[in-house]
Design a binder for this molecule. Structure first.
Ligand code: ATP
Ligand code: MG
Length: 137
């Protein structure tokens, strides 16, 4: 079954959006297989975002992701990767459609409340990166 790694970023946790965000995936019908509140070490943030290392915003992105606890989630289901990206909406919350998580709950690209894997391959890679085997059901 397809797997995706979803993460409520520190701004989403701080703003009390965790319940709202989990609710959207639950009511859609996907299966939650992993869930934890976690303070991300810098090395893990760098590994997770290694493809963006050359981007000008990379240092501020690492600071942002490590600025407070995140909520790590693993979800599974047929088509879950693409569907989660649709539920999340565009990277820039001002471009994200109303009804999407970013469209409804955020305004800044640098504070866009949630991460979602961009391919089934990355869904597997990121789930394995953020969770130990015994943490997944
Ligand atoms: P994510 O990977 O977090 O689900 P995404 O796939 O929509 O987001 P990416 O291109 O992978 O977007 O960028 C990763 C994250 O880096 C974005 O979610 C955002 O937090 C940050 N980011 C991307 N572009 C910018 C930018 N131009 N300025 C500031 N931050 C940015
Ligand atoms: Mg991405």
């Amino acid at each position: 079954v397809e797997q995706t790694y979803i993460m409520v970023k520190p701004d989403g946790v701080q703003r009390g959006l965790v319940g709202e965000i989990i609710s959207r995936f639950e009511t859609k019908g996907f299966k939650l297989t992993g869930l934890k509140l976690f303070q991300c070490p810098k090395e893990l943030a760098e590994e997770h975002y290694k493809d963006l290392k050359a981007k000008p915003f990379y240092p501020s992105l690492i600071d942002y992701i490590t600025s407070g606890p995140v909520v790590c989630m693993a979800w599974e289901g047929v088509g879950v990767v693409a569907s989660a990206r649709k539920l999340i909406g565009s990277t820039d919350p001002l471009q994200a459609e109303p009804g999407t998580i970013r469209g409804d709950l955020a305004v800044q690209t640098g504070r866009n409340v949630i991460h979602g894997s961009d391919s089934p391959e990355n869904g597997k890679r990121e789930t394995a990166l953020w969770f130990k085997e015994g943490e997944l059901c």
